[in-house]
Design a protein around this ligand. Structure first.
Ligand code: ADP
Length: 334
């Protein structure tokens, strides 16, 4: 149903050319959820933007239901894009419009009659479980609720494909699960197909039928989920899988602790600075280190520790702010 062949995107920079997407080919069947996973900079976002030509391909084909998207003139491209919806990490809702108006928007653009808009929006509000929020504005919703509205808006015109670009990356684990369930249900109920870009293997594992792993603009490995986990071929895939196993272990260990337990992931920028002791001193929060991984830190420039935070709630929040300001990723374990 979707067939991508030898797709390339080359950017010119001061050093010459840079191949952000480098000869990528894959197929996705109707009704599949196809994951594209890779570390930051692998080329995932560029690839997904090539599929609806938000970014113009340098070469290659993108065939959706027999139609080569790369050959369409502007008018036909606009038509084709109605069949390709997109959801993003930062939701991209219209803040001045209500939930109802956000979902109705693509239908209005399509000149759908008012009664049809009304019944479709109500059906979708029901589908995402937010009927009571129809008149609310995005600023009155939680992150998970905003993403549910974005999904309803994406589904409104009954698209062939939904492109999801890190749609759960800004959400906590509970909201992430809820969004993944809604996406799964979308495929079942509305017979859509989803291409799901993510840097989180736990997300890809929970929802995708097949996963392609991207590195340096190329797909370096592709398989159905069970086989990918059973028999990973590349170091990148092995590292993604190892991380999930470690995270599961963190959760089990965290059960022995009373306080708030978080996983702190360090980047190249943050790993050699005494940020934890700075936050401890300035915010009057005690840190109890539960587990960590320093070897990985030295080999790849990133590492993590799982810590229990003990102190006043406000102080803990301040400490977390200090981490974030210093480029440390903070994830709640318990
Ligand atoms: P990912 O989504 O996997 O994090 P991206 O597709 O955002 O990766 O980026 C892949 C690479 O392409 C990065 O090195 C990025 O700097 C580069 N890149 C993306 N967009 C542009 C652009 N418009 N001009 C130049 N380089 C770009």
């Amino acid at each position: 149903m979707i067939k991508v062949t030898n797709l390339k995107k080359t950017f010119k920079n001061e050093n010459g050319e840079f191949h952000a997407v480098d000869d990528v080919s894959f197929k996705v069947e109707k009704g599949e959820i196809f994951g594209i996973i890779g570390l930051s900079g692998a080329g995932k976002s560029t690839l997904v933007r090539l599929l609806n030509r938000l970014e113009e391909p340098t070469s290659g084909k993108v065939i959706i239901d027999g139609e080569d998207i790369t050959l369409l003139d502007n008018k036909k491209l606009l038509e084709a894009r109605k069949e390709i919806s997109m959801i993003f990490q930062n939701f991209n809702l219209f803040n001045q419009k209500t939930v109802y108006e956000n979902i109705a928007y693509p239908l209005k653009l399509n000149n759908t009659p008012k009664e049809k808009i009304d019944s479709r929006v109500n059906e979708l509000l029901d589908f995402i479980g937010l009927k009571e929020k129809a008149k609310s504005y995005p600023s009155q919703l939680s992150g998970g609720q905003k993403q549910r509205v974005a999904i309803a808006r994406a589904l409104a015109t009954n698209p062939k494909v939904i492109l999801s670009d890190e749609s759960t990356s800004a959400l906590d684990p509970q909201n992430t699960q809820q969004i993944l369930q809604i996406l799964k249900k979308s495929v079942q109920k509305y017979k859509t197909t989803i291409i799901m870009i993510t840097h989180q293997m736990e997300v890809a594992k929970d929802i995708c039928d097949r996963i392609a792993v991207m590195q340096d603009g190329k797909i370096i490995e592709e398989n159905d989920v069970e086989e990918l986990f059973r028999n990973p071929q590349t170091e990148v895939t092995k590292n993604f899988i190892r991380k999930i196993v470690e995270e599961d272990e963190d959760e089990i260990i965290a059960d022995d602790f009373e306080g708030y337990v978080v996983r702190l992931t360090y980047s190249k920028k943050s790993y050699n600075k005494p940020i934890v002791s700075k936050a401890s001193r300035e915010c009057n929060v005690d840190f109890n280190i539960i587990s960590g991984n320093i070897n990985k830190l030295q080999s790849t420039g990133v590492g993590y520790t799982v810590v229990e935070l003990l102190g006043e709630k406000d102080n803990i929040e301040k400490a977390i702010e200090i981490f974030k300001e210093n480029g440390i990723k903070v994830e709640e374990v318990k």
